[in-house]
Design a protein around this ligand. Structure first.
Ligand SMILES: NC(=O)c1ccc[n+]([C@@H]2O[C@H](COP(=O)([O-])OP(=O)(O)OC[C@H]3O[C@@H](n4cnc5c(N)ncnc54)[C@H](O)[C@@H]3O)[C@@H](O)[C@H]2O)c1
Length: 353
């Protein structure tokens, strides 16, 4: 069960105070967030609510939306972001000034088993939302893209800045997610060119934190789940992949900043430059916080499980930092906070949603 503990409120208050200027700029503004009951959407909604924004929270999962936001001062809409009639109705009623598209399948199992929905939620969802941004005169559309849009770099020490573009083998099932993210970015540019839509793209690194959906199957979540349940952490590879991670509270704060200060049409990497970790080191932080051990399972077919085979995805966050962004929580501390919170709330034992 997701519940906001005292530690969660304290952390939210600390973030709201630190990002007060950004939240002040969004106070009283109407913001529509799709995927609001997910990892990033939940913290972003909490942060904006703390700052006095008026929110319309959209998610396909009615139970989780109600469990997380029932009683909040926000308009809750259990809806599919790809549904043109429903989105039109919501835009007409709520008239959002800012729209954040954070709805997507994000779990590797879903990339493998529901690849069509994965692509459609991104591409059709983006098309429907952009159309309504034009029709109802929204001020800004924020698209949640992914580090996966960069693809595979060809050199071992590459750091992705926003101009980088690596290889994606489009003729594979697993390419659906990164290809959809690329298509959505292109669609944003198309709507900007043809209809003058103001948009910003957040290319998000690997995010973790207390608001995780307990059924999520991303590798970092599996480590965190094992740790929260007091188990040894099992890696399905040697864990030498190097990735940029980010704590969900910092990610949410970065998205809020992009709504206010991001350059029109700009793409920004969102991750913590201080959390560039090998996968096995991230797993090690989980084991350390839980007092358990690391174990390695060989022979696992990563592609069949929907996992990325990208071995290095390190992001340059200078562009975001030039807007005044600063990370407050690095990986070792963020992982420990997350595991403490999930243990306290028995999230993995009780919440099957
Ligand atoms: N978490 C990460 O590490 C990460 C990394 C890169 C990019 N992103 C992107 O950030 C965004 C948010 O990710 P997250 O980690 O919060 O994901 P999440 O899986 O925790 O939450 C996504 C939410 O979207 C909802 N959803 C799915 N399809 C929908 C639809 N058609 N209509 C309405 N709601 C729908 C789900 O019910 C879920 O609550 C996504 O676009 C994701 O691709 C996340």
């Amino acid at each position: 069960m997701f519940e906001r503990t005292e530690a969660y409120w304290n952390e939210l208050t600390r973030y709201a105070a630190f990002h007060g200027e950004t939240l002040d700029a969004l106070r009283g503004r109407r913001v529509l967030i799709t995927g609001a009951a997910g990892l990033i959407g939940t913290f972003l909604a909490d942060l904006l609510l703390a700052g006095g924004s008026r929110l319309c929270l959209v998610d396909l999962d009615e139970d989780r939306l109600t469990q997380r936001f029932g009683g909040a001062e926000a308009l809750l809409a259990a809806a599919d972001a790809t549904d043109p009639a429903r989105m039109d109705e919501l835009f007409d009623f709520f008239r959002p000034k800012y729209v954040v598209h954070a709805a997507s399948n994000t779990s590797p199992a879903d990339y493998a088993k529901k690849p069509v929905e994965t692509m459609e939620t991104n591409v059709l969802g983006t098309a429907v939302l952009l159309k309504n941004c034009v029709k109802y005169g929204a001020d800004r559309f924020l698209f949640c893209s992914s580090v996966e849009a960069y693809g595979q770099p060809d050199s071992g020490d590459c750091v992705f800045d926003e101009r980088f573009s690596g290889y994606v083998d489009c003729n594979t099932l697993r390419a659906g997610y990164p290809s959809a993210k690329r298509a959505c970015e292109a669609l944003c540019n198309a709507y900007a060119g043809q209809f003058g839509v103001d948009f910003v793209t957040a290319r998000i690194g690997r995010i973790y934190g207390p608001t995780v959906i307990p059924t999520d199957a991303k590798a970092p979540t599996q480590f965190i789940r094992d740790a929260a349940l007091g188990r040894d952490i099992t890696l399905k590879s040697a864990g030498t992949q190097v990735y940029s991670y980010g704590y969900v509270a910092d990610c949410a704060a970065a998205l809020a900043l992009l709504l206010v200060r991001g350059e029109k049409g700009g793409a920004y990497n969102v991750a913590d430059s201080g959390s560039q970790e090998m996968l096995r080191d991230f797993a090690g932080f989980c084991a350390e916080a839980a007092g358990t051990q690391l174990a390695f399972e060989t022979g696992f077919d990563l592609a069949a499980g929907g996992y990325s085979n990208i071995t290095r995805a390190v992001m340059d966050t200078a562009k975001l930092e030039a807007l005044g962004f600063r990370t407050l929580t690095h990986a070792r501390e963020g992982v420990a906070n997350t595991i403490r919170f999930l243990r306290e709330t028995h999230a993995f034992e009780e919440d099957k949603s």
